[in-house]
Ligand binder design. Structure first.
Ligand code: ZN
Length: 383
């Protein structure tokens, strides 16, 4: 893996890690074990944790000590020594375990990162989440997940407080352009948390520069108590995919939004096939959206995952299942003449709005919006 990157000094932010060659999405860039791993108990005081950090540092080899002392020192407000400041600025983990990695800690932050750090219980990994060009800096986010929902001002407050630097990534710089990104990220925060039945954490206190306690971070979402309607779930997923795409978010996350929107719309349409009033009617706009969103999601997943990845196989199978369950999609594929006649879409003069599929021989009849409404109304009256 060492042949993938090199550590170089940068003009403005100390050292950084740069790609030595093109790195494709999904590549594992780093796999390593922590040089220090501290187990913590819920009642441990900051002083006790810092004493453990000092002891663990003394137990390291001279070589590892020298490497650790080259890491960014940061400015943890309560850390009293260089070793503890380095640990707090570069450490990973949670309330149960705190770990320090010598290689992973060399990667700088970006609010539009091209790599993602994670652990599997044995090792820690850093993986490319997009194509990385030769010479490009490899970056991770120091605000995992939250960066997606915070404005540049809010991110700047946390990054300054905890790491003492000003981010100059594409989402933060130049200042006069970042309002668009700020608006998109606030919407992304609302939509992504709403889809999980939560309110996004309240980041507004971070808009005001004032000394914040270390324990304020990370903020927690709260249960929203709202249940989204099926239509909202479709719209939220579609909007989320569009906003993430505009914000330069990785292909797999954008794909997720399109695929969820397509699946949920397909499910909603399948319910129409259960109703006597609409069981033989296929709404063309919905069919077009299901097809377009599925294709877009699969295309993006193919850009992200290697060809043999199970995600590609499962996604393709899910699409084939949808095709088999929705007669509309099969018919639209099979009948090129129908597509040709329908290429201009609905029009004021009553263009094609739906297709009626005759029971038995499967004859197709194109219906305008008016015809469709009339047919459904007649049937509803008879029910
Ligand atoms: Zn940034």
């Amino acid at each position: 893996m060492d042949d993938l990157f090199e550590i170089r000094r940068t003009a403005t932010k100390g050292c950084g890690v740069f790609a030595k060659k093109a790195i494709s999405s999904y590549t594992i860039i780093v796999r390593e074990s922590p040089v220090i791993a501290l187990k913590c108990a819920p009642g441990d005081t900051a002083a006790k944790i810092d004493a453990s950090i000092e002891q663990a540092f003394r137990n390291l080899s001279k070589k590892d000590q020298a490497s650790e002392l080259q890491l960014h020192e940061g400015s943890h407000p309560n850390a009293k020594t260089k070793v503890t400041r380095i640990f707090h600025a570069n450490g990973f983990g949670n309330e149960h375990v705190k770990e320090l990695y010598l290689t992973k800690s060399r990667f700088n932050h970006s609010c539009v990162p091209n790599a993602f750090a994670y652990e599997d219980g044995e090792s820690s990994y850093l993986q490319a989440i997009r194509q990385i060009a030769p010479g490009e800096e490899i970056t991770i986010s120091y605000l995992p997940r939250f960066e997606e929902a915070m404005t540049s001002r809010q991110r700047a407050t946390v990054l300054h407080l905890h790491y003492k630097f000003e981010c100059r990534c594409a989402a933060c710089w130049p200042p006069h352009q970042r309002w668009k990104s700020d608006v998109r990220r606030q919407l992304i925060g609302f939509l992504s948390y709403a889809l999980e039945g939560e309110n996004a954490p309240d980041f507004r206190p971070l808009d005001i520069c004032h000394p914040l306690s270390w324990v304020c971070w990370p903020p927690q979402p709260t249960p929203s108590g709202r249940v989204l309607t099926p239509a909202q779930e479709i719209e939220y997923n579609f909007l989320l995919a569009n906003l993430r795409e505009a914000e330069g978010w990785p292909d797999y996350l954008v794909a997720e939004g399109y695929l969820h929107a397509a699946t949920k719309l397909a499910f909603q349409q399948s319910e129409y096939q259960q109703s006597p009033a609409t069981q033989d009617i296929v709404f063309l706009e919905a069919a077009r959206c299901i097809e377009a969103w599925y294709q877009k999601g699969l295309e993006l997943e193919k850009k992200f995952y290697p060809p043999a990845h199970p995600q590609i196989r499962d996604g393709t199978m899910a699409w084939e299942n949808t095709m088999s369950r929705f007669r509309c999609l099969q018919y639209l594929r099979m009948t090129n003449s129908l597509k040709a006649r329908d290429e201009h879409g609905p029009s004021e003069s009553g263009g094609n709005f739906a297709v009626r599929i005759q029971e038995g021989d499967g004859t197709l009849t194109l219906l305008s919006q008016e015809d469709t409404a009339g047919l459904i109304w007649q049937r509803v009256k008879r029910l």
